[in-house]
Design a protein around this ligand. Structure first.
Ligand SMILES: Cc1cc2nc3c(=O)[nH]c(=O)nc-3n(C[C@H](O)[C@H](O)[C@H](O)COP(=O)(O)OP(=O)(O)OC[C@H]3O[C@@H](n4cnc5c(N)ncnc54)[C@H](O)[C@@H]3O)c2cc1C
Length: 411
């Protein structure tokens, strides 16, 4: 079926990005930077929340290409050291493992920034870009034809494009409308999130305590205006415990958080929170359909372990942009571009989804051989230099198929 004539005449653009979350606005910026005319559709919500994202080195390079790195560094906190502490009580637990970005020649593994601040920086850049048309409303339905995709927004406006990039999150309507199935699963876990202030410095160290219920992670944030130290908390626990903690008085909750941190941050106060996020996983069975590319959480989603979710989504965006640029044609949604995109992304998405799932489940089990394997793995990473550096590099970026926007800038 060809594109309806009215939409061709009225609202036809090169690329339509549906969903103005972190992946969607990043996709609009990257594709506009590559010369495409982009329409970005979705509600924009930059209000402060309890959530932050650690943008790893490749993601910082991606934003550097878009001219945003300085702004992100100014609002974020560098992660120079990652510390993993086995707090499972396992027989085979070892001493804490520390990984220093300097060992692989980096100033920092990445920068941690509040989601609201990051989205604000991205949407300001999108509003300033004449190639991006922003429609701050929901898409009510989608239509896919041979030569175009159409989004019908809630006021009835029809927006058409050669390529629809679905960044509409894990419950993606675009994915469902295109008939792309997704495998979904749940974990017996809830993440409790908060923004904390504390009396002892984090010293740019992100500390992840691995407990039997999941990881409890304290990630550095820039200091408050009065100079107090700040961190974000992602504390993964059994839903029953999350419900109990939700009922606690603030002071009692703060004391439990300080105990979970083994008091390394001193006295803690709650700046914002707590928030509660159920732990779920999702992987779309295909990454593309006719005139459609899925990116970000619309394509894959998993628990917040090792700061992988958005970083993986930004690699989707960077690879899609690369495929559009390399084709040099005037059709960003052609089967050739979409097939190249699906091919490039397959291994990275599968391996990150599998790796995060495996690590998370290995914490939940009490089976001795699994404990032993985890203990030996961490011991090997502590003591074998080349393995440790390989793991650090792989942790922040897959060694193969790095998108060009994320490669080190020569010189
Ligand atoms: C506690 C926690 C901590 C995390 N920490 C990290 C981290 O440190 N590093 C990291 O890389 N990742 C992290 N992640 C993962 C990361 O937050 C997500 O992967 C990322 O935010 C997903 O962004 P997205 O834009 O793909 O999806 P979403 O944030 O879900 O955005 C989807 C957007 O689509 C819009 N939308 C939905 N339906 C429609 C429609 N019909 N029409 C138009 N718009 C629509 C929504 O309004 C929303 O704006 C964390 C996740 C959690 C839960």
């Amino acid at each position: 079926m060809p594109c309806p004539k009215t939409s061709v005449m009225e609202n036809m653009t090169d690329v339509l990005v549906s969903g103005a979350g972190l992946a969607g606005v990043s996709a609009a910026l990257a594709l506009a930077h590559a010369g495409q005319r982009v329409t970005l559709v979705g509600p924009i919500d930059t209000r402060p929340t309890t959530r932050t994202v650690a943008l790893l080195d490749g993601s910082m390079r991606f934003y550097e290409v878009l001219g945003l790195r300085e702004k992100l560094e100014a609002q974020g906190s560098p992660l120079r050291v990652m510390r993993i502490v086995d707090d499972t009580g396992s027989l085979f637990r070892g001493s804490p493992s520390e990984f220093d970005a300097g060992e692989i020649g980096l100033e920092a593994f990445g920068w941690n920034i509040e989601n609201g601040l990051l989205l604000d920086i991205l949407t300001r850049a999108a509003r300033a870009d004449s190639r991006i048309d922003i429609r701050d409303s929901l898409t009510a339905s989608y239509e896919f034809a041979v030569n175009c995709a159409t989004a019908v927004v809630t006021d009835g406006t029809r927006l058409s494009s050669q390529l629809l990039v679905a960044c509409d999150g894990a419950k993606s309507l675009a994915r469902d409308t295109a008939g792309i199935a997704a495998q979904t699963w749940t974990y017996p876990q809830t993440a409790v999130t908060a923004i904390l202030t504390h009396t002892l410095s984090h010293q740019d160290v992100s500390t992840e305590f691995h407990t039997r219920e999941g990881p409890c992670t304290f990630v550095p944030l820039p200091p408050a205006q009065d100079g107090s130290f700040r961190s974000s908390l992602v504390w993964v626990m059994h839903p029953r415990e999350a419900r109990r903690r939700n009922m606690l008085e603030e002071q009692a909750l703060v004391q439990e958080i300080a105990r979970a941190a083994h008091h390394i941050l001193g006295n803690i106060t709650l700046e914002r929170g707590p928030g509660f996020v159920p732990m779920e996983g999702l992987q779309a069975r295909a990454l593309t359909g006719p005139r459609l590319a899925l990116a970000g959480d619309a394509a894959h989603s998993f628990p917040p372990i090792g700061a992988q979710g958005l970083n993986l989504g930004l690699r989707d965006v960077a690879h899609l942009t690369e495929c559009v640029v390399e084709d040099r044609g005037d059709d960003p949604g052609s089967p050739k571009v979409l097939n190249a995109y699906a091919r490039l992304r397959r291994a990275d998405i599968a391996s990150r989804t599998f790796g995060v799932d495996l690590l998370n489940r290995s914490l939940l089990t009490h089976i001795l051989p699994v404990d032993l394997a985890r203990g030996l793995g961490l011991q090997a990473l502590r003591s074998i230099g080349p393995l440790r550096r390989l793991a650090m590099r792989e942790g922040i970026m897959p060694g193969r198929n790095t998108p060009s926007m994320m490669r080190p800038i020569p010189g």
